[in-house]
Design a protein around this ligand. Structure first.
Ligand SMILES: Nc1ncnc2c1ncn2[C@@H]1O[C@H](COP(=O)(O)OP(=O)(O)OP(=O)(O)O)[C@@H](O)[C@H]1O
Ligand SMILES: [Mg+2]
Length: 284
């Protein structure tokens, strides 16, 4: 399901003394199967933008088209429930949204809410708990017996159980330990590659952005100021400086090698590839 955002603006508390323009004239196209990072300084509008993707927030100007559904400012939209099934939005700290007494009930809640039979919803829960890397015997436990990282997986399983085409994650690895964060990112990559879902991740972690995403959209003061291929982005040193972004360690390492006369190809984007290139140079 492709997404097209056209001249979208969002003003919180419009026409009140607390009015605040959070998004200003946003234009973006997202194709099926992309894995995209949405980055930008705190307060730049990332969370506001992603909440438009499943109509939790509505544009105050402009429009957004998701598949056949068009949501336009000042026009009453229908079928938003169906849209919320198609675009799974995972908030930051989704684990706080678990509320059922068992994990089974929690994961099955979404599909049931969308009219799936109880048996089918439970079947979905059994499938999804495994996809997020937890054992089926978790299903009978209470979510409150689980660790924060496990709970986050359960919350994500609940979103996946609704069968969304597009998965939108707002800072999904915030607060996880390095292994937990890596496992989580590997999971999203699998969801993108093996299940062919479009994945949009809001992140402040440039290592993750470089390792996992193909495209970067950069926001600043409610506007999109860059939208490009991830490798192009990390090669624009002036832009990175302007955005106060530290390039990923691997790129800093390559720059340092270059200063010392060891040129590493720009296509080498993992430690292994860099080592291979350095060895080639040494042998020469
Ligand atoms: N409910 C709200 N009411 C009024 N203003 C809001 C509301 N939510 C966000 N804002 C404002 O809108 C702007 C964009 O906020 P948003 O939460 O989208 O930023 P963000 O890029 O997600 O930031 P962060 O990286 O800190 O999560 C900020 O100036 C914020 O103060
Ligand atoms: Mg945010």
């Amino acid at each position: 399901m492709p997404i097209e955002i056209i001249n979208l603006s969002h003003e919180y508390n419009a026409k009140t003394p607390l009015a605040k323009v959070a998004l200003c004239d946003i234009n973006v196209k997202i194709s099926d199967g992309e894995m995209i990072a949405l980055i930008g300084e705190t307060g730049s509008g990332k969370s506001t933008l992603v909440q438009h993707l499943n109509a939790l927030l509505l544009p105050t100007e402009g429009k957004i088209q998701i598949g056949d559904q068009i949501i336009e400012a000042n026009v009453k939209s229908h079928g938003l429930k169906q849209l919320r099934k198609k675009v799974g939005l995972v908030f930051q700290f989704p684990e706080y949204q678990l509320f059922e007494e068992t994990i089974l009930k929690d994961i099955a809640f979404g599909p049931k809410n969308f009219g799936v039979s109880a048996e089918e919803a439970e079947q979905k829960a059994r499938e999804m708990i495994k996809i997020v890397g937890l054992d089926e015997n978790y299903l009978e436990k209470s979510p409150f017996e689980c660790s924060g990282g496990e709970r986050r997986r359960i919350a994500i399983a609940g979103i996946l159980a609704m069968g969304p085409d597009i998965l939108v994650l707002d800072e999904p690895t915030a607060g996880l330990d390095p292994k937990g964060a890596k496992d989580m990112m590997d999971l999203f990559k699998r969801i993108n590659e093996d299940f062919h879902k479009t994945v949009l991740i809001v992140s402040h972690d440039m290592e993750q952005v470089m390792t996992y995403c193909q495209r970067v959209i950069v926001m600043n003061h409610g506007k999109i100021i860059e939208d490009c291929n991830v490798h192009e982005f990390f090669q624009s040193s002036d832009l990175l400086k302007q955005l106060h972004i530290n390039p990923p360690a691997l790129l800093q390492f390559k720059d340092l090698c270059k200063e010392k006369g060891i040129e590493i190809s720009k296509d080498a984007l993992s430690i292994e590839e860099c080592v291979r290139e350095i060895l080639k140079g040494v042998k020469r």
